[in-house]
Design a protein around this ligand. Structure first.
Ligand code: NAD
Length: 418
């Protein structure tokens, strides 16, 4: 991955690009490019051996014009203030493009969770939840899972908040396990929106997804579910990868078998059915019909983009392409369907979870999936309509035009508070 691209600068460039295709003043634009506030905190946590370790953590609340701040919490050694700011900004525009009533936020702890025991991770998570307590709330800021966090961490955060507030408030956080107030369909939601975006994209481009060759970079929650659901549409998942490397099979993998292998061994590499193994860069430059980056940001920079041979890219990860990569791929007529639509299923079903928590009434998985499909296909239609109307150079810029217009409308309707 490229070391140079700063994701926060990428976000700002994406907003600037979109502003060329819409009527928005510089003052409003400046507001749209910076977070409203960022919490930076140092968590002092007791380790199993009695020593105390300090972890730096952040929560960025980027924009709340359309509703409470919403966005995940990431545990990763590369978490930084700028990464969290960028991710929180992408959440604003993601919630706006699928038209759900949220602003954007994001949090993270600089940590490699593999280095800590479950008890230590629980204490670290609860310590962060204690720091977050004044900021979060069912109508204020609602965290969710992201890289290296999941139902377990969300349940701990909910419990810490509820204990400190002496209440029951499951809607303070989403992505919980079902018994703690989680929604049916939440675990699959991100990959499902990637599949729906790929399906609509192929249909829009007049291509057949059945029989299409597909490469998926990253085999975590977003990537593996996307692979499974795209495979169910009849596509061939010819290559998948994780941080250990990529595997390849010309006739396509059964994604469930590969996932079982990863669960057993910790990696997709070494899968007995693979015909070849290579690097992640090799996967990203395969000659496939569809490429799904589903790992981390900056996977494809301008140089690597010169070598990308896929016809269509659907982004499951947040920010996997740098702005330079976008320019290169637009010039080579590669269609890139952006993260803020293609992985919006996660936040959309988080929204359903929050609605269910507030109603104290659980929906069926069928209802969740139907509502998600309606929201993603409507958003896709709005996106391509704007792409055609504005003459924007790529789908990302068109997506930001749709999203920014909605945020600006909410801001201007509310007026400015001096
Ligand atoms: P995850 O931790 O479940 O999985 C990440 C995967 O990427 C793992 O398989 C890991 O091995 C792999 N990976 C890490 N570095 C890699 C590299 N250099 N090359 C190839 N693979 C690499 O995380 P996730 O939840 O699937 O998130 C992945 C991306 O999707 C992130 O950008 C995240 O922000 C985004 N996303 C996730 C959700 C969600 O609901 N989980 C929602 C929206 C967006």
């Amino acid at each position: 991955m490229s070391e140079q691209a700063n994701p926060f600068e990428s976000l700002q460039e994406q907003i600037d690009d979109a502003s060329d295709y819409m009527d928005v003043g510089d003052d409003v634009l400046t507001r749209l490019k910076h977070p409203e506030r960022v919490l930076e905190t140092n968590l002092s946590v007791e380790m199993d051996d009695g020593s105390v370790e300090v972890f730096k953590a952040f929560r960025s609340e980027f924009n709340g014009d359309r509703g409470p701040y919403k966005g995940g919490i990431r545990y990763h050694p590369n978490v930084s203030r700028d990464e969290v700011k960028a991710l929180s900004g992408w959440m604003v525009y993601k919630c706006a493009i699928v038209d759900i009533p949220y602003g954007g936020g994001k949090g993270g702890i600089i940590i490699d969770p593999d280095d800590y025991s479950e008890d230590e991770l629980e204490r670290i998570t609860r310590s962060f939840a204690k720091e977050l307590r004044p900021f979060i709330g069912v109508d204020k800021d609602i965290p969710a899972p992201d890289v290296n966090t999941g139902q377990r961490e969300m349940n701990w955060i909910k419990d810490t908040y509820e204990t400190l507030e002496n209440t029951t408030e499951p809607g303070v956080i989403t992505g919980k396990s079902p018994d703690s107030g989680g929604s049916a369909g939440r675990v699959e939601a991100t990959g499902r929106s990637t599949m729906l975006t790929a399906r609509e994209a192929f249909d829009y481009l007049g291509r057949d997804i059945e029989g299409a060759s597909v490469a998926v970079q990253g085999y975590g929650n977003a990537g593996w579910i996307a692979a499974k659901l795209i495979h169910e549409l009849g596509a061939n998942i010819v290559s998948v990868s994780d941080s250990s490397g990529a595997i390849y099979k010309e006739g396509g993998f059964n994604p469930v078998d590969v996932k079982d292998h990863k669960n057993e061994t910790g990696s997709v590499t070494g899968y007995p059915g693979a015909e070849d193994e290579f690097s992640n860069e090799d996967l990203l430059t395969l000659d496939v019909d569809l490429l799904v980056p589903a790992a981390l940001e900056n996977a494809i920079d301008g140089d690597l983009a010169e070598e990308v041979q896929a016809d269509v890219v659907v982004e499951a990860a947040n920010g996997p392409l740098t702005p330079e990569a976008d320019d290169v791929l637009a010039d080579s007529d590669t269609y890139v369907f952006p993260d803020i639509l293609a992985n919006a299923g996660g936040v959309t079903v988080s929204y359903f979870e929050w609605v269910q928590n507030r109603q104290r009434f659980a929906w069926t998985e069928q209802k969740v999936n139907e509502e998600l499909e309606r929201i993603i296909t409507d958003a896709f239609d709005n996106l391509v309509e704007t792409y055609e109307e504005t003459g924007a150079p790529n789908m990302r810029t068109a997506a930001y035009v749709v999203a920014i217009e909605r945020v600006v409308d909410a801001y201007e309707e509310s007026g400015n508070w001096p």
